[in-house]
Design a protein around this ligand. Structure first.
Ligand code: MSP
Length: 629
């Protein structure tokens, strides 16, 4: 990255009503990593994120809670800001669309677009669902009915304001063709150009207050509020000071917008045409990344497979999560999130490679040089090669980051780390120290300096743990030049940095089974369902399984029959509390052996996140052995 530049980077502003999940966390971590990389090379960085707070859903949620929409937003916003703090996201501005500064800019832009003659008032006839309070297009209906309420829709005629998006269609096509860096990656650009082959409709940009009043009032008609997307997109110019602070705006605009592919259309069609009309230059780049899938399926609240970043932070730590998300996704393509791939990636890259290099270097220096980084003697061809590859890795990493190839940049660094581990094995300084202490010192200095450079390169991805490594080496500057590690510095005591994660086979086999159940294929016929015999069962004995923290062994009575089952519920229930409870069991499940104990059946429980509850039947009403249907 040559020369110092102004680098303005944005994430989408997230719906305040949503519970933050791994998808939101991904875009925000990606922006944070890019921002940190650019800061380390001396660029001036402005990293913007925030919340989208207007619209019907927010109004409805607030109504349901019996509070004002603003209070609702204020109470919901910390779910995002707290998570960003936890994930060490260092943004420069956090915008909320309900802020006064934003309202003013939205109204200013609406006024100028209106004055341009690009807004007109017209009657609109559409299919409206009273239950949802929204219009549906024919395509969205299921058998002609509302997909949410399964009820016929009313044809409503409503007067609204429209933005002449169609007027800018050709200008947009030309702009996209003339600016190859505008929509990225290339296949997304082609998707938009394909879409623009059809005539573009104008965009309805208002909602009558009689139907929705949680929005920014139109400056030219107080009976209407602004359509939420027209409002939200403008955040990108509000924050850098459009129309309020010209110097600031000139410094930062145009932006690089990072978005998910789900919101490409609004960013690559609505937004540029709005900017054309308002006379504001286009963003530099709109970069759409792919989706994180849960296993092989799309994450969705209704399926219940949404990955919660807080659970992962608790389980594995912030830096490993950041590392995994950045290493595993090829920008622009979808990636699959599974515990299995997380643990594999962590164990191979962080525990075996990077963590191992750190432990070896620090332990050997402690043991053989009283914890003082030794002076390097004369470099042999091996050391000179390492110095060369250190220089090459720095250069490659910079150019890969420029091209947004973060996963490849990380892989470059890890290749370098693996090379140093190999060098250590070949040179074996633990043996060398007995015969040639000065040669051992050269090897350890070279390895420690390589570790410093790797930690500095990985710092944007894992700011915390690399800081501990750099502190351990007593490093006080971020210069990547070879040879700046000071001999004579003392190595500080440290905790193991990336302890291996034990692979939990039981949990993993459950995950794999879950992921394989493709959502489209999960319909079973009634006759299939009837094959499963669900019966009530009385727990007559219960005890913990020796040596297995999570298992309970239960004796149950299913009608006249007595059985034994092993269940993974010891973290949720005390054995003695279960005795006398009427539970539900799958009575015709093939017997199996768990930890050498026979398990004859399976009990039913509900599980979400870390919480689990057994399905318990009122034993006063039905006896054991009753059929569940
Ligand atoms: N409020 C709008 C954006 C307005 S921007 C002017 C919105 N918000 S959202 O809360 O739904 O967030 C959408 C963004 O979250 C996506 O574009 C993407 O950045 C991120 N993700 C949400 N789910 C995702 C995955 N499963 N995988 C990766 N990222 C996804 O749309």
């Amino acid at each position: 990255m040559a020369g110092k530049t102004n680098y303005f980077l944005t994430t989408p502003i997230y719906y305040v009503n949503d519970k933050p999940h791994i998808g939101h966390a991904y875009t925000t971590i990606l922006a944070d990593v890019l921002a940190r990389f650019h800061r380390t090379v001396g660029d001036d960085v402005f990293f913007l994120t925030g919340l989208d707070e207007h619209g019907l859903k927010v109004q409805q949620a607030a109504d349901q809670r019996g509070i004002s929409p603003q209070k609702h937003c204020d109470e919901m916003a910390p779910r995002f800001t707290d998570l960003w703090n936890k994930l060490h996201i260092k943004y420069d501005d956090f915008i909320r669309t309900t802020e006064k500064r934003h309202e003013q800019v939205v109204q200013g832009i609406l006024n100028s677009v209106h004055k341009n003659g690009d807004i007109y008032f017209d009657e609109y006839a559409g299919l409206y669902c009273v239950g949802c309070e929204r219009f549906y297009t024919e395509k969205e209906l299921i058998e002609g009915k509302c997909p949410q309420h399964n009820k016929p829709l009313e044809t409503i005629t409503e007067k609204n304001y429209f933005f002449k998006m169609s007027k800018y269609q050709q200008k947009l096509i030309d702009y996209i063709k003339n600016h190859p860096e505008f929509i990225q990656p290339k296949h997304r650009k082609n998707e938009i150009l394909g879409f623009l082959r059809q005539p573009l409709d104008d965009l309805c940009i208002s909602r009558p207050k009689s139907r929705l009043n949680w929005g920014i009032e139109l400056p030219f008609d107080k009976d209407y509020v602004t359509y939420v997307w027209f409002d939200a997109l403008i955040n990108y110019v509000t924050a850098p000071g459009y129309s309020t602070d010209d110097d600031k705006f000139d410094k930062w605009w145009p932006a690089i917008h990072l978005i998910g592919k789900d919101i490409l259309m609004t960013h690559a069609v609505y937004w540029p045409t709005m900017l054309f009309s308002a006379g504001i230059p286009q963003p530099k780049t709109i970069f759409a990344h792919g989706w994180w899938l849960s296993g092989e399926s799309k994450m969705s609240k209704s399926i219940g497979n949404v990955v919660n970043p807080l659970d992962l932070i608790d389980k594995y730590g912030v830096d490993p999560l950041r590392y995994y998300l950045m290493r595993e996704m090829v920008l622009g393509q979808d990636a699959s999130f599974t515990s299995e791939s997380f643990i594999k990636r962590y164990n191979s890259d962080l525990a075996n490679d990077f963590g191992n290099l750190f432990s070896r270097v620090s332990t050997l220096i402690e043991k053989n040089f009283d914890g003082i980084i030794p002076e390097s003697g004369n470099s042999t061809v091996e050391e000179l090669n390492i110095q060369k590859s250190a220089k090459a890795v720095m250069k490659h990493v910079n150019s890969l980051i420029e091209k947004m190839k973060i996963n490849e940049a990380i892989e470059e660094i890890l290749q370098f780390v693996r090379g140093i581990n190999r060098y250590m094995e070949q040179q074996a300084p633990w043996k060398l120290v007995k015969t040639d202490k000065s040669a051992a010192a050269t090897v350890l200095y070279t390895a420690a300096e390589s570790l410093r450079i790797s930690a500095l390169l990985l710092q944007p991805v894992m700011p915390n743990r690399t800081k501990i490594i750099l502190d351990t080496l007593d490093v006080d500057n971020c210069n990547l030049k070879w040879g700046l590690l000071k001999a004579g510095n003392s190595i500080k005591k440290h905790q193991p940095m990336f302890p291996r994660i034990k692979f939990d086979i039981e949990e993993d086999s459950q995950k794999v089974q879950y992921n394989k159940s493709d959502i489209q294929d999960n319909i079973v016929t009634y006759s299939d369902f009837k094959k499963v015999e669900l019966k009530t069962a009385l727990v007559i004995e219960a005890e913990k399984v020796d040596g297995a923290d999570r298992l309970l062994k239960l004796k149950i009575e299913v009608g006249d029959e007595k059985r034994q089952i092993v269940a993974r519920i010891a973290e949720h229930y005390q054995a003695e509390d279960l005795i006398g409870k009427m539970i539900v069991t799958v009575a015709n499940l093939e017997p199996t052996t768990i930890r050498e104990i026979e398990s004859n059946g399976m009990l039913l429980a509900a599980k979400k996140g870390k919480k689990l509850s057994l399905i318990i039947i009122d034993s006063e009403k039905v006896a054991s052995g009753a059929k569940i249907f």
